[in-house]
Structure formats: C-alpha cells, structure tokens
Design a protein around this ligand. Structure first.
Ligand code: SER
Length: 583
C-alpha cells in the first residue's frame, strides 16, 4: 500500500467514525513564532485540549506535516527523518480509552489488514503521580490482544516540552518477525524486532511549571501514527528510503553519483524533501532559529551532493523530480516550485562561497601555526570555521590532512557540546513557550494585537496586513506590511486609538461560521486557505473582526494602558511594532 492510500484510508476511517477532517497546520506554526516548527499533530490543538471549543466539533482527524530536528545528525542511518507526516485523531472530551483503543485496533487489523499476531502494545506502568493503566490493558485484551503481548512500561507518558496537557499513553508495535535479541526482548528494546507504529495519549492531566499535575476539565485523546514508518512496514521494506516516497530520488542520486555512499544519498533525499516542505510553508534560510535549521538542511544536503561528486547544477532537476513524485500528497510543492528552486539554489551558491572563504581562513590559521612551529591548528579557528562558515568538522579535518597539519578534535568537541547545550536549552524553551503559555497576560496581549491590527488599518490604510505576531508575557510584537517608516504622529494616533477602544470597554465576542461566511462578514483572515471549513470569528465592538482560534479577554477594559515601544523595519516592505500593556 502506498503512503497516500494509507493516509486516505486513515482519514476516511475516522470520518466514518464521526470525526471531522481538519487541514494540516503549516510546518511553521500560525501566529506562534515561539515554536520553531510543528512537531506533532496536537500542537495546533492545544487550546482545544485545554477546553476551548473547536469550531469543527469534538472529534477531529488530520494528517499533520511535522519537522523534528533533534536528531538531524542521525539522518543517514536507516530510520531517522527530520520531516515526516503524522496521522492523528482527537477526542476533545468526547470519547476516551475504550473507544480509542477499539478504533485503533479496528483500523490496524481491518483496514490495514495487519495480522493480530504482529501487534504488541504497551501501557503505562504507573508512578507516584498517576496509576498503572489497567484500564487501557483491559480494553486491549477485549479487542483481541493476548495478555502476553500487553506490556507495562514506566515511560508510557506523553507531554510536549515540560508544561502542558499530558497523560499516560498506550503504544502499538509492529513485530517485524526478526528473532528476539534476548530472552527479555520486548517492545521497549530497540534491536529492531518491534517497531512503534502508533501512540494514543490519554490526555487527562495538565502539568504545571512547578511540576505539579492537575486533572483537566475534559479527558482527551491525542493520537499520532507515523506515515513513513507505516508505509515502510506494510511494504515489507527495511527503511523508508526504499518506499515510493524516496525511491525515485534515491535512484536518481545513484545514477548521478561518481562516488558511492548510501548515507550521503539518504541525507540528500531526506534533507531535500524537508527543505522543500519548509520553503513551501514560507520558511527562508537565515542565521537564527527556523531559518538556521533550514540553512543547515540545505547546506548539509549540498555538502553530501559534493561528497557524491554530483554537480550542484543537478539540484534543479532533483527538485523537479521530487515535486513530480510528491505533488499528489503535497500540492503546495507544485504551487511553490519556482520559489523552492530559487531559495535552495541561492542558498547553495552562498554556501559554495562560504566554503571558499572558509578555506582561506583555514589556510591563514594553518600557515600561522606552521610559522610558530606548531603541528596543530588552534581550536578556536576550527570552531569558528564550523560556527561562522558552516564548516563541518570532518571537512576541516580533511583539509588539515591535505595540508599536513592536525586538528584538536577533543577541544573542538568540548566547545561544540557547550554550544549544543546552549541551543538545546534555547529550543526547549521555545517549544514550551509556544504550547502551554496561555495565561492572563498572553491572552490580554492577544486581544491587544487584534486592536493594534485594526487601528493600523484605520490609520495607515487597508494595505496593512499581518505578516507575523509573537506574544510573550512581557510584550507583543506585530509585523505588518507597510512600505515606509511610520511617522511619530501616526504612531501616536495608533496608540491613542487602541487606548480609546480599551477605555470604551468593548465586549469581545466569538462566533463560529463557515470560512466563506467569515470572509463575507468582512472578517480579516490572515492566512487564507489554511483554515478548515468552519472557523471562529472574534469581534471587538464594531472596531475589529478577525478569524482567530482565540482565546481572548471578555472586555477590552481588562487590558490596561497600551504603549508602543518601538516601530522598526522587519524586512523589505514589512514594519515591526513592539508594544506593552501597563496595568
Ligand atoms: N502527541 C503524541 C505524539 O507526538 C501523539 O500524537 O506521539
């Protein structure tokens, strides 16, 4: 069965079981720059897992485009991917363990026709905070999984980051038929006998910053099934690279390569697909955050094309081939084909120059060391080559060999670890912030953002469109299209207008309607076609009307005094405002 058939069967199955199909959120989360990328299906649903009403109802299903970059350096082995698709179904307080397990079992055995003997499951073993999940085990047994293939594990608990909705999970495993690696071999073992295929999280709790757990108002189910992995297993393949998702590009690379290297081919195939998906969803390379990840993906891919001795001019053909291969699943690749080509090729050209600069820098340091009578190049230079010039350490090592000098890899690794630790902390912080930080302040800033948006349009004109928004507990940041710097007077007018609307203590109301009706009603929709059929529209008095997931304050009077702290350029044709609320 092809990946797209599995996806379609999944959505159809859950639709037949009363779920509404919602669109995948973009890889770059809407209105939430505090998270790097979408990493799980539940991410766009956090407010609804916490009790907001979802306009499409309380049973949902979708396919979700995901990018996880923690293991980026592992890509090249036989299983790691950065980009993947997660199929999911959700109960927002509708059904819980029994129905969820029944449906999963039915889908696996009746729709995908996986023999029951091939399925093992794990349930939560319990700890001080939450009990052993005997209930889930009971439903598995009732469904038809014998006791000896139901395992209890301590790790069966799922949360995104450190704070947020969470709960025990039950995981389903596919037995590849390989022999047990030892007597005690079970789904917890990563010898390759058991492969995890699906995870159902029973989101009953909320974990707070201080580590404490409280029960949520509603008991949710959040599930995730990795499409690439399922495709590989159902096709009896050893790696996802042998499925139709990657095979055409892998074959092409093999045909073009002058040096054989399967890891490099996998890295090129994987990173090319991931970069294309990120660019199609609006990502662009840069030196920070998301942009930096995209830059790394493109550069790493380029380096491995070099390793395979494939002319970089082939990149365009490889992109064409991938678009052809994947456009049925992702029409956005075809729609954005020219942009994708432009962005990737430009980034490659930059990288080629960087490599040339880096080599010069290297030669300088090497000559200096030699002049000083040393046979090893200083670690700072090696790190600088990595950090500033994007030189992977092995490239520096190769250069060193060619120039008869050594590299202190131990020193480099130490600096590298420190650096990694810093960026890891950074990204964890980001993930957490985006998902769970929904408190009084951020909600107030969210409403203030709507007022600001409306005020800007009134003062500057209807050409003003939101192009980004970022909210922390301390401030809001709003990016919008406007060709020139705002004058002092304009800034003052906008600030006054927002404060006037706060003083009027306007009611903030929410209505659900179809996307078409929302547009007709004059609501500003920020991300056309990224919404589902039914949307929520937030109205503030007669001043503002926006399609938005919420939540918001009930009355503008709750906001305090609005103050614009900064107006600056964000990028060409886009201005950025930072503003605070003073209570
Ligand atoms: N959120 C869970 C996961 O990512 C289930 O969807 O595995």
């Amino acid at each position: 069965m092809k990946a797209i058939e599995i996806r379609n069967k999944y959505l159809k199955f859950f639709e037949e079981h009363g779920h509404k199909v919602i669109p995948s959120a973009p890889l770059i989360p809407i209105n939430d720059p505090s998270v790097l990328f979408t990493t799980a299906g539940m991410q766009q649903l956090v407010p609804y897992l916490l009790g907001e009403k979802h306009p499409e109802g309380n049973k949902l299903t979708d396919y979700q485009k995901c990018l996880r970059t923690n293991d980026i350096d592992e890509v090249g082995d036989n299983r790691h991917l950065t980009y993947f698709e997660m199929l999911g179904n959700w109960s927002l307080g509708a059904y819980f363990k029994e129905e969820s397990i029944k449906m999963s079992f039915e889908f696996l055995t009746k729709v995908l026709n996986i023999p029951v003997e091939k399925i093992s499951v794990t349930c939560f073993a319990g700890n001080d905070e939450a009990p052993k999940d005997e209930e889930a085990a009971k439903y598995w047994e009732e469904a038809g999984i014998p006791k000896e293939r139901i395992y209890f594990l301590k790790d069966n608990w799922w949360i995104a980051g450190e704070e947020g909705p969470c709960g025990p999970d039950t995981e389903m495993f596919y037995d590849t038929g390989k022999p047990k690696c030892s007597e005690g071999c079970n789904p917890d073992c990563d010898c390759g006998k058991y492969v995890e295929i699906w995870n159902n999280v029973f989101m009953k709790y909320f974990k707070h910053k201080d580590g404490s757990l409280t029960e949520l108002k509603q008991h949710n189910v959040d599930t995730g099934l990795g499409l690439e992995r399922m495709t590989m297993l159902l096709q009896g393949k050893e790696t996802p690279f042998e499925t139709e998702l990657f095979a055409p590009i892998m074959d092409k690379l093999e045909e073009l390569q002058k040096v054989d290297n399967i890891q490099s081919r996998r890295i090129v195939a994987e990173h090319l697909r991931a970069s294309m998906m990120v660019i199609a969803d609006g990502g662009r390379p840069s030196n920070i955050d998301r942009g930096y990840i995209l830059r790394r993906l493109i550069r790493r891919m380029t380096r491995h094309l070099n390793k395979l001795q494939i002319d970089l001019k082939e990149t365009e053909n490889l992109i064409d081939l991938n678009v052809e291969n994947l456009k049925e699943m992702y029409p956005e690749l075809e729609e954005n084909k020219e942009t994708i080509k432009q962005v990737i090729i430009e980034e490659q050209n930059k990288f080629v120059k960087t490599l040339a600069h880096g080599e010069k820098e290297f030669m300088k340091a090497a000559n200096k060391a030699k002049a000083e009578g040393k046979d090893v190049i200083d670690t700072e230079t090696v790190f600088k080559l990595y950090d500033t010039y994007g030189f992977p350490p092995e490239v520096t090592e190769e250069l060193a060999k060619e120039n008869d000098i050594k590299v202190d890899m131990e020193g480099f690794n130490k600096l590298f670890k420190e650096h990694q630790e810093k960026s890891r902390q950074g990204s964890e912080h980001k993930f957490k912030g985006g998902l769970a930080e929904q408190n009084e302040q951020t909600i107030a800033y969210h409403t203030a953002t709507h007022l600001l948006h409306a005020a800007l349009r009134q003062v500057l004109g209807d050409h003003v469109k939101q192009s980004g928004s970022n909210i922390t507990t301390e401030r809001l940041r709003f990016d919008f299209t406007h060709p020139q710097k705002m004058t002092k007077e304009e800034i003052q007018q906008v600030e006054d207008l927002v404060n006037e609307k706060i003083k009027e203590d306007l009611p903030v109301t929410c209505e659900e309607m179809s996307y078409e009706d929302a547009k007709k009603s004059g609501a500003i929709g920020l991300f056309t076609n990224k919404y589902g059929d039914r949307v929520k529209v937030y109205t503030i008095g007669d001043f503002s009307k926006e399609i938005c997931g919420g939540p918001h304050v009930k009355h503008t009077g709750e906001l305090g005094t609005f103050k614009i702290k900064k107006e600056e350029s964000s990028s060409s044709g886009v201005r950025r405002i930072k503003a605070v609320l003073i209570k």
